[in-house]
Design a protein. Structure first.
Lengths: 518, 334
């Protein structure tokens, strides 16, 4: 009965919201604003939600939630535009999308990539929404299994996996880049004892290295130098572009989509981490299980699917601990928490008693937001690709200016510009030497989490590493990390391949139609 | 072509916001730099008051979070470095007065003018599956094996940490203090069982208490507190009268503007603040969220922060939890 009642409330809310033209207008406006925030390097969905929080104060709670969730969903999706078209991720969450999205754009399939991204983002959000309404108390129980050790291992795994996946030649180079990022994250006062580390007495460095200028510097500047140096035009857009949803591709990839969505929901529901790790883990899972892992990084449509489903599935995932425990699952969700409290809704275990229909309403809004996003995305994709027709000599300087504005806009801090430029130039030389740059940025993002939680974990255990082996979640994470490292050591790699060959030889299965063909 | 136009417009907009004059404050949106993390007590309170004040100012007050450092020193330094034009506020709480003696802030707190919204009393709670049913159980257990029970609170020098220290001092128990970056993460750790004890404000904890995710032991104020749907939480003073020497250390949440900002700007802010705090919205919110409204501004608020500063700084120094001698900073003894 309860379930039926819930479904009733759910559709009632959907229709109620959809029947109000003002809500629809807000929905479209917010999604578009979110996409713009996501697509502009430096402006993130976190910032979008934060800026709009105060604006929604005058609205009633439902309308405010429509506005904020739509921005969140749109922003998470919009990051992929910049990733695919100019290889500068609009948000950290879409850094993994650039890996295969940009090569696709270079091949002239930018429109197709964006089209698929749109559909997969919408699917990701909707699947996560289903989890939110159905089994969210169960998931929040698992989210509570995460203590400091698990947070440390998860952050460390995120850095490691992005290093493993992005290296063009030697995996160790990816890890080196990741550790460079970790080192950058150590700059500033440490969060537990407030001891200044590597600050050289510069007070601006006290608060540590900001993520946004590093993100923009590391991705933006090398790309601008590269493109201007080689005078090449990104992709060709003259080719007939089919920006249809490509339902065929979607249906062929259903198992992959479900897996990526599960990864997204799972990671989104763990407090404090969000879209960026989810995208990388999902990319890794897709590559490891693919029939042709060598195609990854060269414009594999499945990779784009996997990352975009996962980072958007994080949205619903992050709502789970937010609504059930009052703990934000990701940075934009933390902003949403503030907004909710502003409207007198305190999320937490009592929410089902105080606002019985609230979770269902949020789910209904997520559905509307993802549908709107899909419509807007489909309409925009074809137009957005035309950006590439702008001559490089004009386009790249504009991107340069946007990079500078983006670094400055967050916190209006001029120091960020002094930070962005050297990071960008160093990144350019690193890329020239064949080091991937994404792990460095991920290192800066996850570094504080790894550092702080490892030291706190040791404080709690009084210097003992034993809990890593006795806590089930920690052990699983540790084994995954070890497997990631050892599967790259030549000796083990050889053994693994031999084993795989043996198994293959024993079961000679002939597949007539390759189901993986996207 | 359209894209170029849009890009051009964005650039123009960015430039336009940079040009402003001091007259007719506020001409553009105001930024409130909250020094504690999003979703915490100070953050929520600042979001509420900022949004309400925006209605009277006609411009938005955007709340951003700059966490880290000691006593919110990173956020305070950041806000203080911005021009004294009233366009940057600093969302802070009483805990910020400890930044100086902890070595993160080279000024006295009187470089700010304060607008105090109010505060919520602190409560000491435990993970439900621990054997401690009341404060006495906990304190006796902690006395038996000092430093064995893990207690969470936000960063060292925060009000919750000070309350925890005061409980230790007034009762003679010793806990193993584990610092977290805010109240929300410390409560999360207590729910997850990483620590057994947590000290945060009632406002931050009430949902978890009523939901049975945490068990309240005692209020850290002289009076008991009735919580709807939970019953009355006794005062810690009942069992340990010695606490009255150290407690209560009450919250003073609000925001500040640089004291050297123009007087007319401060007058506009004060006016909007007074109007905002008198709204029904704020009153209802305070009641629903277990807050006591204050509304102090100007000299009154400064006096309160001065006394908090000397109280906090010297308490910390006496507890040997301070790095810098408060006398060196010119902070008078309470």
């Amino acid at each position: 009965m309860v379930v039926l009642e819930r479904i009733g409330v759910y559709f009632q809310t959907v229709f109620h919201l959809a029947s109000d033209p003002i809500n629809i207008a807000i929905l479209f406006g917010s999604v578009m604003l979110g996409i713009m925030f996501g697509a502009m390097p430096g402006l993130t969905s976190t910032l979008g939600v934060a800026l709009l929080t105060a604006l929604t104060y005058g609205m009633d709670t439902a309308t405010a939630m429509v506005c904020l969730l739509a921005i969140y969903v749109g922003g998470t999706y919009g990051g992929s535009y910049a990733s695919i078209l100019i290889n500068i991720p609009g948000t950290a969450a879409s850094a993994a999308t650039a890996l295969d999205g940009y090569p696709l754009a270079c091949k002239g399939e930018g429109g197709r990539a964006i089209g698929l991204t749109t559909t997969s983002s919408a699917i990701g959000t909707i699947i996560s929404m289903l989890f939110l309404v159905s089994i969210s108390p169960l998931i929040s129980f698992f989210a509570l299994q995460f203590t400091s050790f698990e947070f440390f291992l998860l952050a460390f795994f995120g850095i490691l996996i992005s290093g493993t996946l992005t290296s063009p030649d030697l995996v160790i180079k990816g890890w080196i880049a990741g550790f460079l990022g970790l080192f950058l994250a150590c700059v500033g006062r440490d969060m537990l004892q407030f001891y200044p580390r590597f600050t050289f007495g510069i007070s601006e460095l006290d608060s540590g290295v900001e993520v946004v200028p590093v993100l923009i510097g590391a991705f933006g500047i090398p790309q601008i130098i590269q493109v201007l140096k080689e005078r090449f035009q990104i992709g060709e857009t003259q080719k007939f572009q089919r920006i249809l949803p490509e339902f065929g591709t979607i249906i062929r990839n259903i198992p992959r989509i479900v897996r990526s969505a599960l990864i997204g929901v799972g990671i989104g529901s763990v407090p404090g981490i969000g879209e960026d790790i989810a995208a990388w883990v999902s990319y890794g899972a897709a590559k490891n299980t693919a029939k042709h892992p060598e195609r990854f990084g060269k414009g594999e449509i499945k990779a784009v699917l996997a990352t975009e489903v996962a980072n958007n599935a994080c949205v619903g995932g992050a709502m789970i601990p937010l609504l059930n425990l009052g703990i934000p699952g990701s940075p934009p969700a933390a902003m949403l928490l503030g907004a909710l409290m502003l409207h007198g809704v305190t999320p937490g275990p009592m929410i089902t008693f105080e606002h019985p229909t609230f979770i269902t309403e949020v789910a209904a809004i997520l559905l509307l937001a993802s549908c709107t996003m899909w419509v807007v995305g489909m309409l925009m994709a074809k137009q957005v690709v035309k950006v590439l027709r702008i001559p490089t000599q004009i386009f790249m300087p504009i991107i340069g200016v946007l990079c500078i504005i983006g670094s400055y806009a967050l916190g209006l801090n001029i120091f960020n510009l002094y930070l962005m430029l050297p990071v960008g130039i160093i990144s350019y030389f690193l890329i020239e030497m064949g080091y991937p740059i994404a792990p460095l940025v991920i290192g800066v993002i996850l570094g504080p989490m790894a550092d702080e939680n490892l030291r706190r974990a040791l404080m709690v255990s009084q210097g003992s590493f034993l809990p890593i082996f006795t806590r089930p979640v920690a052990l699983i994470l540790l084994l995954t990390i070890l497997w990631t490292v050892f599967s790259q050591v030549p000796y083990f790699k050889k053994r693994k391949n031999q084993l795989v060959d043996k198994i293959r030889r024993r079961k000679p299965v002939k597949i007539k139609m390759d189901p993986e063909e996207g | 072509m359209k894209k170029i136009l849009i890009f051009g417009l964005i650039v123009l907009m960015a430039l336009a916001t940079g040009v402003y004059a001091a007259k007719g404050f506020p001409k553009r949106d105001i930024t409130n730099v909250c020094v504690w993390s999003a979703g915490g007590g100070t953050d929520t309170c600042n979001r509420i008051i900022s949004a309400e004040m925006s209605k009277f100012l006609g411009k938005n007050i955007n709340v951003i979070n700059k966490t880290g450092g000691v006593g919110g020193s990173v956020g305070m330094s950041f806000a203080y470095k911005r021009p004294a034009d009233g366009y940057t506020l600093c969302g802070l709480s009483e805990s910020c007065v400890t930044a100086g003696v902890q070595g993160g802030w080279n000024n006295r707190m009187d470089v700010w003018d304060f607008f105090i919204v109010g505060g919520s009393p602190d409560v000491i709670s435990v993970t439900p599956n621990t054997p401690y049913k009341n404060l006495k159980d906990l304190i006796e257990a902690a006395k038996k094996s000092p430093k064995s029970i893990k207690a969470a609170a936000s960063a060292a020098g925060s009000i919750h940490h000070l309350n925890l220290l005061a409980v230790e001092d007034g009762s003679g128990a010793k806990f193993n203090f584990i610092p977290y970056t805010g109240s929300a993460p410390s409560q999360n750790a207590a729910m997850a069982g990483e620590v057994s004890v947590v000290v945060t404000s009632l406002a931050e904890q009430q949902q978890l208490l009523r939901g049975g995710k945490l068990r309240p032991l005692a209020m850290l104020i002289p009076d008991s507190f009735k919580v709807e749907g939970l019953g009355t939480i006794p005062s810690s003073f009942d069992d340990y009268p010695g606490l009255s020497k150290y407690l209560p250390i009450s919250q003073a949440i609000g925001f500040a503007v640089r004291a050297d900002a123009p007087d007319d700007v401060k007058a506009v802010l004060t006016d909007a603040f007074k109007k905002a705090i008198a709204t029904d919205k704020l009153k209802t919110w305070a009641k629903e969220n277990y807050y006591l409204l204050s509304g102090k501004t100007g000299k009154e608020a400064k006096a309160e922060f001065n006394s908090l500063e000397s109280n906090f700084a010297w308490t910390l120094w006496d507890l040997k939890a301070a790095k810098v001698d408060p006398a060196k900073l010119g902070i008078p003894k309470p």
